[in-house]
Design a protein around this ligand. Structure first.
Ligand code: ASP
Length: 362
């Protein structure tokens, strides 16, 4: 049997209804494991708690902590690692780990649950068992997410770490692959359907390198919206970077067209000033598709004044994580090029088909 480490960080999967009312992260590592005894029959399981928090509280220091714990487990020679995690920010953490963990020798699979483990209806069991089955069967050495593929308890998807997102507040199939195919489906009867072959293979001799986050870096995410004011942009002048979550293919209200749109000129100026000081990266409020600031004249203007991110198809969350990670590890002049380079599968090939949720997530 393979040896798999399960590192718990909290979230609904590690939660039960508390005496105070409401669900709270409070199970110990042993208690969680005791709830799912079938896992122990599938692999030699090592299990411990590295944090016990609801994931909306996670920050860059937690990413570093989890990465260091992963490194320790790998040094012990385990065959795969499962991270249990709250679902709210699971996709931020999966993206962060995919950047931090360079030259990964084995798989690191993040698993969450939408219903706490003390409920009969919990989705934790299938998610955990599927992650174990996947590690057992697949020659896979990437960071990925394993969650329900549909609302039924039939199979889970293995989703690419930097191209996934929580699309539903409560459904068990909340996580979908964005602008990319899932790596695989794992069925309840333990079978695996591999949907892609473009992943790192297990190489236990590979020497893991950690490129950690600098917890002091401040990057904001700002959504553009109707009736926006320039002040919203200038608010970020003392930050290290900004993700501008524009509309459509990467647009912002920067045109003075009539007597109602005079603020837009100020917005343009503020973006210009900011982009001279710090990296300002465009991402889209649309879930699917690619930024293309070549199509409309204002998009070209945004590029001219230094807004980055053109032609990338990253989620805003991944763009945020990537920018912080780049600022933590690279010199400023390199960031512009690296932001538009595909480093960890976060930007898909432009020649591949444009993916829609329904095409690949079922
Ligand atoms: N708020 C919880 C968390 O992200 C929700 C969950 O785990 O599903 O930790």
């Amino acid at each position: 049997m393979k040896t798999i480490s399960i590192l718990h960080t909290g979230g609904t999967i590690a939660s039960k209804v508390s005496k105070k009312g409401g669900v709270e992260a409070q199970y110990t590592a042993k208690e969680i494991l005791d709830l799912y005894p079938e896992i122990k029959e599938l692999a030699n399981i090592r299990s411990r708690l590295v944090a016990n928090i609801l994931s909306e509280n996670m920050n860059f220091s937690h990413y570093n902590l989890i990465a260091k714990e992963i490194k320790k487990e790998i040094a012990e020679g385990v065959d795969g690692i499962i991270i249990t995690h709250g679902t709210d920010t699971l996709h931020y953490t999966s993206a962060a780990l995919s950047f931090i963990l360079e030259n990964l020798p084995i798989s690191v699979i993040l698993v969450g649950a939408q219903r706490s483990s003390d409920r009969g209806s919990t989705d934790a069991s299938l998610n955990l068992v599927s992650a174990v089955n996947f590690i057992n069967k697949a020659d896979f050495a990437e960071v990925a997410v394993c969650m329900h593929a549909t609302m039924e308890d039939t199979h889970c998807s293995i989703l690419p770490a930097s191209k996934t997102k929580k699309l539903h507040t409560s459904r068990r199939d909340a996580f979908k692959s964005i602008n990319a195919k899932p790596y695989a489906f794992v069925y309840h009867d333990k079978g695996i359907d591999l949907l892609r072959k473009d992943f790192r293979k297990v190489n236990k001799k590979a020497k893991l390198n950690l490129k950690l986050f600098n917890p002091k870096i401040k990057v904001g995410i700002l959504k553009t919206h109707p009736n926006m004011s320039a002040e919203e942009i200038s608010f970020y002048k003392n930050f290290h970077g900004l993700i501008l979550e524009g509309t459509g293919m990467g647009h912002a209200p920067i045109e003075k067209i009539d007597k109602f749109t005079s603020e837009n000129k100020k917005i343009l100026n503020e973006i210009k000033k900011l982009a001279k000081k710090i990296p300002v990266v465009m991402a889209s409020q649309c879930i699917f598709g690619r930024i293309n600031m070549n199509v409309y004249a204002p998009g070209r203007k945004l590029q001219e004044i230094g807004v980055l991110g053109n032609l990338a198809d990253m989620t805003a969350e991944t763009a945020f994580i990537k920018l912080v990670w780049l600022l933590s590890n690279y010199k400023k002049p390199d960031i512009k090029d690296l932001m538009s380079e595909n480093l960890r599968g976060e930007i898909s090939d432009r020649t591949s088909a444009e993916f829609l949720e329904d095409d690949f997530n079922k």
